[in-house]
Write a protein that binds this ligand. Structure first.
Ligand code: SAM
Ligand code: SF4
Length: 476
């Protein structure tokens, strides 16, 4: 059976709601999954085709454990084919937790009277970034509550400040943002500060549930949030990240919402979102969650595998909200970016604060507090290639332009070599000896796979030599 791809055929669809819950439930309730159809859809995805909503529903409705295994197998095959063994690393940096909204799942909600509010000063931001650079971080996501004090100009100023901090060989080469929706002019201002991705999670695509969880402030407006990244596109900011907070409503519906959102971007702007996030609700101070929709581990793995197949060219982000075992497990099915060395409490990268989380100072509980090096060490042990690559965005290979490059061969020509070079830098500058040993071995194995005497492998070797002689920031 063939499903029609979504079309952006109404000129003004771009700025109005494109989420119709009846339509999404219609697909879920009326799509029948037979083993043949499931295999057909997996095969289509393995040909690097983005799936339609109907095809996604075929995978969602496959409940037979054997078919679920086939979906997982398809997802890991696709990941291997498109992304190889690279995992891109980043860290979050919370800038301020003042917030005028009242989201029932969040420790920063305005009604949490016990929350300890703080906004980092310029000096504190510099200290935090220096500490992150000392650990080897190159990519950060800056996080802000929603507050008049954190407008576009303020965000842009903090971004520029972060880029200006250089310590030793350390520098931050890509700053992403997770903050409130802006108007078009606001997105323009933030884009001009040189950000990578602007992330906004819809939290839930289900209007009624959205209303139930967002009790106050600007964030109550479902449509203003839903159309935020369209305004970003209007402002020329084509590198955007979407997400849903799993646990608020039925995971199958949220998954359809994410795919609808991604397909909307493709249809209207010829470019999908750069990343999709799928945080699961964690414990938070003053949180008030209806437990009905909490997503268990096996459904979580399943939804990630389906997402991988549905949007082959979109990066999937998994964070330290998840515990070590879950992280290990789901990484096989299509995750391309993870955080490492994560701390949520403001100031905690540079100040030695209590090891235990104080939920009145932080947004939610994290379950993987390992250092960046511990995470890299484990990735290397398991045959992954940790990467700090920032080349595409710095060379303007984003948005539609980047999609053109998302063709077979691109990853091998650019991404893997850049992963190797950024890992080599990390090993030279920051890794303890035991991690360095593992890292050089993984680099050798990857070079060997390219063909011992291939031109790319030889060029990478030449650049590694330059790194050893003190050059930095070499990329393809
Ligand atoms: N204030 C901005 C906003 O709401 O868009 C920034 C986002 S917030 C600091 C980052 C994301 O964390 C939210 O979009 C939400 O999905 C997630 N989050 C909030 N509370 C959470 C919780 N208890 N467990 C897991 N994730 C949570
Ligand atoms: Fe504020 Fe964001 Fe937390 Fe909502 S999720 S209360 S907007 S920080």
């Amino acid at each position: 059976m063939q499903f029609e791809p979504e079309k952006c055929n109404i000129a003004d669809e771009r700025m109005k709601s494109f989420i119709d819950s009846e339509e999404l439930w219609g697909y879920i309730n009326n799509t029948h999954s037979t083993p043949e159809r499931v295999r057909e859809v997996i095969a289509r995805s393995l040909q690097r085709k983005r799936l339609t909503l109907g095809e996604t529903a075929v995978l969602i409705n496959a409940d037979d454990p054997a078919l679920i295994e086939e979906i997982k197998k398809g997802a890991s095959e696709l990941k291997e084919k498109i992304y190889g063994n690279r995992i891109v690393l980043f860290a979050p940096l919370y800038i301020g937790n003042h917030c005028t909204n009242d989201c029932k799942y969040c420790g920063f909600r305005v009604s949490n009277k016990f929350a300890q509010r703080r906004t980092l000063t310029g000096r504190q931001i510099v200290k935090e970034v220096e500490a992150l650079e000392d650990n080897g971080q190159k990519r950060l996501i800056l996080v802000y509550g929603e507050h008049p004090g954190y407008g576009a100009d303020y965000i842009a100023r903090t971004v520029k400040l972060v880029y200006s901090v250089k310590k030793g060989n350390g520098e931050i080469r890509r700053v992403n943002i997770n903050a409130a929706p802006l108007d078009i002019e606001g997105f323009r201002i933030v884009k001009d500060s040189g950000i990578g991705t602007y992330q906004i999670f819809q939290e839930t695509y289900h209007r009624e549930t959205y209303k139930k969880y967002h009790l106050g402030g600007q964030k109550r407006d479902f449509d203003y949030r839903l159309t935020a990244l369209d305004r970003a596109q209007e402002a020329g900011l084509d590198d955007v990240g979407i997400g849903a907070l799993f646990g608020l409503y039925d995971w199958r519906f949220e998954l359809m919402g994410l795919v609808r959102h991604a397909n909307h971007f493709e249809a209207c702007y010829n470019v999908g979102p750069h990343t999709i996030s799928f945080p699961r609700i964690q414990d938070a101070a003053a949180a008030d969650i209806d437990p009905r929709y909490i997503v268990n581990d096996s459904d979580f793995v399943r939804l990630i595998a389906i997402l991988r197949l549905a949007v082959p060219y979109t990066g999937l982000i998994l964070t330290a909200r998840e515990n070590i075992d879950v992280r290990r497990e789901v990484m096989k099915f299509g995750v391309s970016q993870i955080d490492g060395g994560t701390r949520l409490e403001m100031g905690s990268y540079s100040e030695s604060l209590n090891e235990d989380q104080d939920l009145n100072r932080e947004q939610f509980r994290i379950n993987d507090s390992r250092s960046l090096n511990e995470i890299i060490d484990e990735l290397l042990e398991n045959g992954y290639l940790p990467s700090f690559c920032t080349a595409c965005y710095r060379l303007g290979r984003t948005g539609q332009h980047f999609m053109e490059f998302s063709v077979p061969g691109f990853i091998k020509r650019y991404c893997t070599p850049n992963a190797i070079l950024t890992l080599a830098e990390y090993l030279e500058d920051y890794a303890p000896e035991s991690t360095a040993r593992k890292g050089w071995k993984v680099i050798e194995e990857n070079l060997w796979e390219m063909g011992e005497n291939s031109r790319t492998a030889n060029e990478i070797r030449r650049r590694i030599q330059l790194l050893k002689e003190g050059k930095r920031d070499l990329y393809f």
